[in-house]
Structures are given as structure tokens and as C-alpha cells.
Write a protein that binds this ligand. Structure first.
Ligand SMILES: [Zn+2]
Length: 403
């Protein structure tokens, strides 16, 4: 009896991202059954399937659906006026005193209902998805109280119901210190660990726990306190680490077997070695580097030397990276960090899946994984990193269905 499949895309070129390179299969076909990839390979070797639908791709390329593994997509308001003030010469202190900075985003987000958060975040999501993204991670962190942190995560999950996209949510209560904490970071962290995080976890809203470990965020010791609370709840951890200084956050998140350490401009070799031993992914965020006019490039040669998996993400957020294009993030990773185009593509597919703990389901094209695809009008996959502000997406597929 012939094997039944739902759909076959034929006359395609495939970059499966299996192995170290693009994983190219020429003159290829790919079959899907029940939302998963059931077969892929050279078309000439395709079994005689019992087919419902065949789609001729006329030589177009298929890659895994792209994955944006680090975003702060859900928030209210924006900081465009602050941007304007800063370019007009206002100092950070002046902007802060005038009620600007992260405090203004927290104020606007606390004041917004769940529906309002969804309404304001949806256009950003749509823009990101238009680049062929099929999975996105969204963090909390602009509530800084139990109720608003949970509302942000609920809004993030609801966005995944409104569009065909997989959403992973990270709890980031330890993002900044709210004004009402009166400067007491330890007391606030205690509240994050004993109230905010347990409440969000109980509600089933937390896929991973994140912290902003930085001089202007939280210390290495305070981060450890949050990681202990996550561990007690059986939740994986990730970390904003070594963006503006080295607080040995990379080694700390590796010690907890963390999914990823993100930013890493100032990471040292000891931190990279610890990450390599733990299998912790380096998530590079060139949008923030660009927007903050940073000059301290993360040490990619050291990461390569130790065989770190390197992911790339937008870091979409209102303060330091108002970026809603993963393709532009890939281009910036190449131009600003000297990533190669194949590394950039692996960074938004195979390695981004690992940064979310989703390697078994997504990130490469192989039989048994979810049929999440991006189909492109290109002649070579390097075009995805090469173009600036050009989008060659032909079709986005999530779970075998047009999205
Ligand atoms: Zn971030």
C-alpha cells in the first residue's frame, strides 16, 4: 500500500541546516503528514506517495521556518520621543528625570489591559512573521509586579492564538528595579522569587526564566537567587549577560545548565569555556549593539574556537532595539560581528531552536520534526543575510499549513 501524505512541495532547493553547513539538497521534494515532515530528499528518489496535494516550487528555496529566540515584543507605548531628545543632546539623567527610560515603558504597560497589549503588539509581531519567522520567544519584564508580569505573558500567549506561530514565553521579572522598590534590589529579588515567579509558573505561563545581569540590572548573586527559585520550580534558565560589562553571568548560567546567555559583548574565555561545557547557546543581538552605537564586539573567534552554538535574534524592545526584522538582524550580525551568512542562517534556525530547548521539534528540516518552513524567491541562501531591508519571502508554512 502506498504511504499517504498530505502535501508535497516539489521542484525545490532545500537548505535543511542539518550538519555544519546549509545542508543543501538540489532538485528536492519535501512531504508533510499531520503537521510534520514525513519525507525529504532528491525528488528522483521520492517514494510513490498517495498524495492529496502537490505544489511545484519552480526552483525556489526551502529553509526551516526562522526562529526569533529573544524578544521583548509585548509592551505598551514607545520611546521615539526619548530617542529624539537623546539625539537633540539630552543626557540619560535628564531623560530619566523627565520620566523617560524603562520607567516610562513600565508605566504604560501597567496601565494597559491585556487586549490593549495585544492590540499594540500585533503589528510588531506581523512584521517579524513577514520575514519567515514561525517561532518567537517573548519575555515579560515591563510589569515588575505579579499582576502585570502575568498579564504580559498572557498577552504573549494570546498572540500565538491570533496568528499561526509558535510562541515561547520567558519570565523576566528581574529586568529592572521598579520605582516603588525604593532602590532595594535584594528585597525586590526576594519578591520576584517568592511571589511573581511562583504565580506566573502556577498559571502555566513560563517556559523559561530570564534575568538582566548587569550593573544597571541585577548582580551575579541576585541572579543566582532567581536561578535557584527557577530550579526549585523545574524551569530552565537563560540570561542577559555581559552586555555592558563582565559580571561572570555566562559562567553562572552555564553552571545551571542554562539554555542560553544573550548579548555577550564582554564575555571572557572562561565564560565561553563554561558555556561550551554546558551546551549553553550564545545568543547575539546586533540590533541593540547597533541602536546603542556600541563598539565592543562580542568575541566570535573565541566562541568559534570553543565550538559554541551561536544564535541571532532581534531583541525587539522599545528602549535599546526597536527592531522587527530577523533578516535585518542577520545582516547586522554579518556586517557588525563578522558572522558568515551560513552562521547567521544557522543562528536563526538550528541554534535558535537550541536556545529555546526545542531542538527535537524545530530548527532543521528532517523527517519527524514539525513542518515549519520558509520558502524563498532567492538564488542562494546567502541572499538572506546580504540584502538590507529587502524581503524575498514567498510563503510561510507552520505545521504543514500556509500561514
Ligand atoms: Zn533582551
Amino acid at each position: 500500500m502506498r504511504q499517504k501524505v498530505d502535501r508535497v512541495w516539489r521542484n525545490a532547493r532545500i537548505a535543511s541546516l542539518r550538519g555544519d553547513g546549509y545542508g543543501v539538497v538540489d532538485k528536492a521534494a519535501l512531504a508533510t503528514t499531520d503537521g510534520k515532515i514525513s519525507w525529504l530528499g532528491p525528488q528522483a528518489e521520492m517514494p510513490d506517495f498517495d498524495l492529496s496535494e502537490t505544489i511545484d516550487l519552480d526552483g525556489r528555496w526551502i529553509t526551516p521556518g526562522l526562529i526569533d529566540c529573544h524578544t521583548h515584543l509585548v509592551y505598551a507605548g514607545n520611546r521615539a520621543q526619548e530617542f529624539e531628545q537623546r539625539l537633540g543632546g539630552a543626557t540619560y539623567e535628564e531623560i530619566s528625570k523627565a520620566g523617560g527610560g524603562i520607567v516610562s515603558t513600565v508605566r504604560a504597560t501597567r496601565a494597559a489591559s491585556k487586549d490593549e497589549l495585544i492590540r499594540q503588539s500585533l503589528p510588531r509581531l506581523d512584521h517579524i512573521l513577514a520575514d519567515g519567522v514561525t517561532t518567537i520567544e517573548i519575555k515579560s519584564g515591563y510589569g515588575l509586579d505579579t499582576e502585570t508580569e502575568c498579564r504580559m505573558l498572557e498577552a504573549a500567549r494570546a498572540l500565538g492564538q491570533q496568528r499561526r506561530v509558535r510562541v515561547r514565553t520567558s519570565f523576566l521579572g528581574a529586568h529592572a528595579l521598579p520605582i516603588e522598590a525604593g532602590g532595594d534590589k535584594d528585597a525586590y529579588i526576594e519578591m520576584v522569587c517568592t511571589e511573581q515567579l511562583p504565580a506566573a509558573a502556577r498559571a502555566g505561563l513560563v517556559d523559561a526564566v530570564d534575568v538582566f545581569c548587569e550593573g544597571i540590572g541585577f548582580s551575579n548573586g541576585q541572579t543566582r537567587r532567581v536561578f535557584e527559585a527557577a530550579k526549585a520550580l523545574g524551569l530552565p534558565v537563560k540570561l542577559h549577560a555581559e552586555q555592558l560589562s563582565n559580571l561572570n553571568g555566562a559562567a553562572l548560567v552555564a553552571e545551571y545548565g542554562g539554555l542560553s546567555a544573550d548579548h555577550l559583548e564582554f564575555v571572557d574565555e572562561a565564560g565561553i569555556r563554561a558555556m561550551a561545557a554546558a551546551g549553553t547557546v550564545a545568543v547575539l543581538l546586533p540590533g541593540a549593539f547597533y541602536f546603542l552605537c556600541d563598539t565592543h564586539v562580542p568575541p566570535l573567534d573565541l566562541m568559534r574556537k570553543h565550538g559554541l552554538a551561536m544564535a541571532v535574534a532581534t531583541d525587539c524592545n522599545p528602549g535599546s532595539s526597536p527592531l522587527t526584522s530577523i533578516l535585518l538582524a542577520m545582516n547586522m550580525a554579518c556586517t557588525l560581528f563578522q558572522m558568515t551568512p551560513v552562521e547567521a542562517l544557522a543562528g536563526v534556525t538550528r541554534h535558535a531552536a537550541k536556545a529555546l530547548g526545542m531542538t527535537a521539534e524545530i530548527g532543521t528540516l528532517e523527517a519527524g520534526k514539525a513542518c515549519d518552513l520558509a520558502i524563498w524567491d532567492i538564488e542562494h541562501p546567502a541572499e538572506l543575510s546580504y540584502a538590507i531591508g529587502f524581503n524575498p519571502l514567498y510563503q510561510r508554512i507552520v505545521g504543514g499549513q500556509n500561514a
